[in-house]
Each structure stands twice: as C-alpha cells, then as structure tokens.
Design a protein. Sequence first.
Length: 73
Amino acid sequence: MSNHNSHSAHHHVRPDEPVVTPVQPSSKHSASSESIAARAYEKFVARGRTHGGDREDWAEAERELTRGEAGKA
C-alpha cells in the first residue's frame, strides 16, 4: 500500500521557513513552556518583530527564566 498523500500533511510549511519545535524544560526547576514562550515573544518584539531569531530568543528566554527559577529554589 503506497502513501500518495504523505506530502499533503505539511502543505502549510513553506520551504524557506524552518520548522521549530519548542524545547521542553529539562529540569524540575525549569520555567514552564508558556512563560518561556512569553519571554521569547517579548524578545521578538524588542528586536522590531524581525523574523529569523526565534531559536535564539527561545534559548535566551529559557536561560533567563531557568536561572531565575533556580535562584528561588
């Protein structure tokens, strides 16, 4: 049985746009995905809403919030 429709599942992704999967917190002291996403969005807005820095924004937000959470423990 061949699967002729396998490409249709990704029709909304443009070839020039990277697919980004959110990084899950690795520690029980890590910030929630929602708070990381909110901080990453703040960074995106602060950069003038220019695209292409989403991975860096997420990583920086995760580091900032994880440091903050670890400092509270």
